[in-house]
Design a protein around this ligand. Structure first.
Ligand code: NAD
Length: 253
């Protein structure tokens, strides 16, 4: 193996939730490592345009489109757009997601459905839009954003933890279907990472979480994107059905 084992030159990638946070860091790193990238986001037009413009200023071309990952028709339209832009899709990163903490008794059915629809159904819909073509082409990488909370749970986060536990199970199951055809399916279960998602949590939650972490700090998006690069590149070709845990020691498996 040469020193280019992390190269994505010649590869094409779709990143959901790529307008900001972890998804945006993955978009940028994949571009820097040579991939052609398309991303989607939910009504983050200003952020998406700012990201696209900043990267264009560095000679890195990327296009983003609004697409609600929970909406079957929108996903079909976005998949068509992505395939038209990229020709075919080698790598799919499902980073679109929402979070939140709410006492269990206060979680409404609508709250629960919203969380599951975006975090789990969205991952299913997006993956289904690209998976068969990966199998036909005998190459593919699916990388799902789970969470360490899928393992350890958290107070007042039953709906979020259920959705992320679902993502871990989905990842394991689908890896059996993909691996014989050169398509690996893996997940990343980050610990608390400083993004808009974390900023939306209550102060009480943040204090509690901080105190739990062996590393003594929250993580950054630049500590997560390299894990996606590992899974997407030749360097990570023997990972199948795994959920990697860049989490500051929050969970030790
Ligand atoms: N930040 C953390 O601490 C943390 C920890 C563990 C796991 N995660 C997971 O990582 C992923 C990224 O989180 P983040 O912190 O970067 O969040 P973020 O809020 O910074 O970004 C979320 C992205 O998802 C997009 N999005 C939201 N709803 C969408 C929808 N319905 N359709 C399409 N796109 C949608 C947003 O437009 C945005 O681009 C999520 O799946 C999240 O659950 C985050």
């Amino acid at each position: 193996m040469g020193i280019n084992i992390f190269s994505l030159t010649g590869r094409t990638a779709v990143v959901t939730g790529g307008s900001r946070g972890i998804g945006a860091a993955i978009v940028e790193l994949f571009l820097r490592y040579g991939a052609k990238v398309v991303f989607c986001h939910a009504r983050d037009d200003a952020e998406a345009q700012a990201l696209t413009a900043r990267l264009a200023g560095e000679g890195l071309s990327v296009s983003g489109q609004e697409c609600d990952v929970a909406d079957e028709a929108a996903v079909a339209a976005f998949a068509q757009f992505a395939k038209a832009e990229l020709g075919h899709v080698d790598i799919l990163v499902n980073s679109a997601g929402v979070s939140g903490d709410k006492a269990f008794e206060a979680i409404t059915v609508a709250d629960f459905d919203h969380m599951i629809d975006i975090n789990l159904r969205g991952t299913f819909l997006m993956t289904q839009a690209f998976f068969s073509e990966m199998v036909e082409r005998k190459f593919g990488r699916v990388i799902n954003l789970a969470s360490q909370l899928a393992y350890k749970g958290a107070p007042a986060m039953a709906h979020y933890c259920a959705s992320k536990g679902g993502v871990v199970g989905f990842t394991r199951a689908l890896s059996y279907d993909g691996a014989p055809h050169g398509v690996t399916v893996n997940a990343i279960a980050p610990g608390p990472i400083e993004t808009a998602q974390l900023a939306g949590m209550t102060d009480g939650w943040r204090r509690l979480k901080h105190a739990e972490l062996p590393i003594g700090r929250f993580g950054t998006v630049d500590e997560i994107a390299p894990v996606a690069l590992l899974l997407a590149s030749a360097a990570g070709s023997y990972f199948v059905g795994q959920t990697l845990s860049p989490n500051g020691g929050d969970v030790m498996l």
